[in-house]
Design a protein around this ligand. Structure first.
Ligand code: PLP
Length: 401
């Protein structure tokens, strides 16, 4: 009998994707907590609120009404129609409900979109800093991520000229994410119009517009790029219920796109999984059409916490924390600390700083290297004011003892 090593049969597709640093940091924080350490985790990418009661009630009701069977692959007509109304009213987008595919989270919508459009060797442009999951999906689909960068000096928003310079005959997709994870930056109408002009000049490029943080915005109107002239036929608009409605565990997202793209996305979804959970889809209709007081309460709470965290971090020598326009993340530049020796520990880079903050000071953050910017770290303020106040105190003491 020959010896068999299961490792030897792993596909090159899985090898192309690394375990996300963010998962590693969260895991490490959890392990330290389990060992009895008083760890404050600021790594989390989900609301610390429970789903509003009326949405939970709607799910029970839907279950009792018999919505416990397979749902149609592209989604329940009730939800797709409610989404078409939402997109019209809130985003000035004119989609027929047949142009909407519901999936198990925005992440699956993004995966569907990439697998529906990207062939081996096609290029997909990412604007760094970016949510790292995009890169893994592009690689698994055989595509080539092309990364353009905009740091703090650009307010984390690249000029359209940088996008233009990165586009080639092989560019299939440009992924935009506003409000942005990890920086909280938002694109306004003028900035989007400049991107739109570059993209419309190109014979076959489309945009995936990831708008999952739409409802968590503080200073500016959220703008959907598909609402700009000529852009609806060039855009796959992705959104979901996880962040704004505090429904991460329900796994529900959606994409709206021109007919042929939607058909192909539905085909991908039908191949890999099936329709999203039926009673969750019915509860989502209630989320869209019911009262929004809870959504607004969460937004106001995040806003107060944003100000607390930004002010607290900026008071620390060596840290520069720009105010995020949206999301529940602050992306703080810590590069002035590199090369310094703090309490007998030399800080070489951001990974080093984040490990040291966790291991010695018991505050878990995510190094910016996880998002393509190694000068900063990401702090999530989706946690209590007490946790945030204590975490800032610890970081201040760690950095300026
Ligand atoms: C930018 C961005 N897009 C999409 C998602 C995934 O959303 P969902 O829970 O709907 O899959 C996340 C989650 O962290 C995110 O940060």
């Amino acid at each position: 009998m020959t010896t068999f090593n299961p490792q030897s049969i792993l596909s090159s597709r899985t090898a192309a994707v690394e375990e996300a640093i963010i998962i590693r940091m969260s895991q490490k924080a959890r392990e330290m907590k389990a060992q009895g350490h008083d760890v404050i985790s600021l790594t989390i990418g989900e609301p610390d609120f429970d789903t509003p009661q009326h949405i939970r009630d709607a799910a029970y009701q839907a279950m009792n009404d018999g919505y416990t069977h397979y749902a149609p692959i592209p989604g329940m007509p009730e939800l797709r129609k409610a989404l078409a109304k939402k997109l019209k009213k809130e985003n000035q987008l004119d989609y027929d409900w047949s142009e909407i595919v519901v999936s198990n989270g925005a992440k699956q919508s993004i995966t569907n979109a990439i697998f529906a459009t990207v062939d081996e060797g096609d290029e997909v442009i990412l604007l760094a800093p970016f949510w790292v999951a995009y890169e893994g999906v592009i690689r698994m689909a055989g595509g080539k991520p092309i990364i353009i960068f905009a740091g703090l000096e650009d307010n984390f928003k690249p000029p359209a000229s940088r996008l233009k310079a990165a586009m080639t005959a092989k560019t299939k997709l440009v992924i935009l994410n506003s409000p942005n994870n990890p920086t909280g930056a938002m694109f306004n109408t003028d900035e989007l119009a400049e991107f739109a002009a570059v993209i419309c000049d190109h014979p076959r490029a489309m945009v995936i517009s990831d708008e999952i943080y739409e409802y968590i915005n503080f200073d500016e109107e959220h703008v959907s790029i598909a609402s700009l002239p000529g852009m609806q036929s060039r855009t796959i608009t992705v959104n979901g219920f996880s962040k704004g409605f505090a429904m991460t565990g329900w796994r529900l997202g959606y994409a709206a796109a021109p007919g042929p793209i939607v058909k192909a996305m539905s085909k991908v979804q039908g191949t890999f999984t099936a329709g999203a959970n039926a009673f969750v889809q019915m509860a989502a209709v209630t989320a869209l059409e019911g009262p929004r007081d809870d959504v607004e309460h969460m937004r106001q709470t995040y806003l107060a916490r944003r100000n607390l965290v930004v002010d607290g971090l900026n008071a620390i020598d060596g840290i520069q924390a720009p105010k995020p326009a949206g999301t529940f993340y602050v992306f703080a530049d810590v590069s002035k600390l590199f090369g310094k020796t703090l309490s007998n520990h030399k800080i070489d880079n951001v990974d080093d700083l984040c490990n040291w903050l966790l291991e010695v000071h018991h505050v878990a953050t995510v190094p910016g290297s996880a998002f393509g910017d190694a000068k900063s770290l990401r702090i999530s303020f989706a946690t209590s004011t007490e946790n945030l106040t204590e975490a800032i105190k610890r970081i201040a003491w760690a950095v300026n003892p």
